[in-house]
Design a binder for this molecule. Structure first.
Ligand code: ADP
Ligand code: PHD
Length: 455
């Protein structure tokens, strides 16, 4: 049995849904289909999820929503019309959308969560209806009925382990199961969404739950490329990579597959195949437990912006028991989570996502660290990008770090921070945001150009 997830780009129009149907029909083991909300049809288009969020937020602020509801409904209507579907399904979607958008919104979080989730929920109903209209027996299954229970953490849900056993019964369905991605239910019964792009996570959870032989993730590119294709044109395709490599690359900006979607697949040892809905004949990229190192030391280079660092120095820091713990307690008091903490003898740097400081008093935090730890110097740097150079082969290759740092120096990129700590498969560089693309291009040239691959 295979679990197949289709992203928003694969479900943006009626003709995309026709491709989806063909893909499902082609392989009788594709029994569970996870769907996102309709995505962008062209570059400047808006995803249904973004339209829903805009609409929900305006409602909460008591602002005019103009024709937003019509714009959202139109997305489904256009698909249904293109596919010649009955008015019955459109009426159902309209009723559901209006119910959710006009519901009581005194609990703002709960309201917004329900609004965000109805993009995938209605799309799953639409896709199931379309399959049946084309003679392929399919059934919409709601995550609550299937037992997909998650933590009560709006916009950042984590699956609760008890879900997996319950989801196993999805195997029993005779029709194809069409399951909405992106959300589950809390133990209290409220809709709770995963982080953005979280339908990938739903697919991985279901694959684990039903003990699928394969999790296929259909998107709009032929493969996971060794670098983001918006930075380098026609980059090298990756045929196979490990869960660990993909996790590091997704974390640092390979948005093609959600970083948190690897764990459920990895735990159950289920391979993931990233494939193209628009070109299903090509093999795509397989994500597996181990691979043969045939690609040289580096498999991919990712970058993500929106980070900042807090540099703290104090002579004899290394001798002071509990120094790092006290810094982290202060951050905990301010409800700040950190990403990395490279350290030296007398100094350490804490790397955070900028969003962690949003709405908080930066000076107060710095003041507390300075006073309570008697730190000599504290410097906060904003607008940092992280660049992650990833590859299982780096463990067996001497000199990869030297090659990377020389490349960055030659390109005139100043390295603000290096972390090649505990992860054996990656090294991370912090650079100023405006330098990130230049740095990635130079590193790609160094590790993937014909010249370097021959070496
Ligand atoms: N290294 C990479 N390889 C392939 N695609 C990437 C990479 N990094 C970023 N992307 C982007 O990820 C996109 C696919 O992800 P996404 O837009 O979330 O698709 P979906 O709508 O299928 O969920 C691609 O169109 C591409 O622009
Ligand atoms: N629709 C949700 C969830 C998702 O996974 O979407 P997509 O498959 O289009 O990335 C979002 O936009 O976040």
């Amino acid at each position: 049995m295979k679990v197949v997830k289709f992203g928003g780009s694969s479900l943006a129009t009626g003709s995309q849904l026709e491709k989806v149907l063909e893909i499902v029909k082609e392989d009788a083991t594709r029994r569970i289909v996870v769907v996102s909300a309709p995505g962008k049809r062209y570059e400047e288009d808006m995803k249904v999820t973004d339209l829903l969020i805009a609409c929900g937020e305006k409602k909460l602020a008591g602002e005019e929503i103009g024709n937003l509801i019509d714009t959202i409904l139109e997305r489904y209507v256009n698909i249904a019309k293109e596919l010649d579907l009955s008015n019955e399904i459109i009426a159902k979607i309209e009723e559901d959308l209006l119910d959710v958008l006009n519901a009581d919104n005194t609990n703002k979080n709960a309201y917004l969560e329900a609004v965000k989730a109805c993009g995938e929920d209605n799309n799953a109903k639409l896709v199931a209806h379309f399959f049946n209209a084309k003679g392929v027996e399919a059934v919409y299954v709601n995550p609550k009925d299937a037992g997909l229970i998650v933590s009560d953490d709006p916009g950042n849900a984590q699956v609760l382990p008890a879900s997996y056993d319950r989801l196993y019964s999805l195997r029993e369905y005779k029709p194809i199961v069409v399951f909405p991605g992106f959300f589950g239910y809390s133990e209290k019964g409220d809709v709770i969404t995963f982080s953005r792009s979280g339908s990938d996570i739903t697919g991985a959870i279901l694959a684990n739950g039903v003990k699928a032989e394969l999790y296929e993730n259909f998107t709009d590119v032929d493969a996971v490329y060794s670098v983001n294709p918006s930075i380098v044109s026609s980059p090298k395709e990756i045929k196979e990579l490990t869960y660990r490599e993909m996790r590091e690359l997704s974390y640092a900006g390979f948005s093609v597959f959600h970083a948190e979607a690897l764990i459920p697949a990895y735990r159950a040892g289920i391979p993931v195949n990233v494939k193209n809905t628009n070109n299903p004949g090509v093999p795509g990229t397989r994500i597996v437990a181990s691979r043969n190192n045939t690609n040289g030391p580096v498999i991919g280079i990712a970058n993500d912006k929106g980070f900042c660092s807090i540099y703290i120095s104090k002579y004899l820091m290394n001798r002071e028991v509990g120094f790092a713990r006290r810094i982290l307690s202060i951050l905990e008091e301010f409800q700040i989570s950190y990403e990395h903490m490279p350290s030296g003898i007398d100094d350490l740097t804490i790397i955070l996502r900028e969003e962690q400081l949003a709405g908080k008093n930066e000076q107060e935090i710095i003041g507390r660290i300075k006073e309570e730890l008697q730190a000599e110097e504290i410097v906060v740097e904003h607008n940092l990008a992280l660049i992650m150079v990833v590859g299982e082969g780096m463990r067996h290759n001497v000199g990869t770090t030297a090659r990377a740092t020389k490349t960055l120096a030659d390109a005139g990129v100043n390295i603000e921070m290096i972390n090649q700590g505990s992860s054996e498969v990656s090294m991370m560089f912090g650079v100023k945001e405006p330098m990130a693309k230049k740095a990635v291009k130079a590193l790609y040239e160094e590790f993937f150009s014909q010249k370097s691959l021959q070496n």
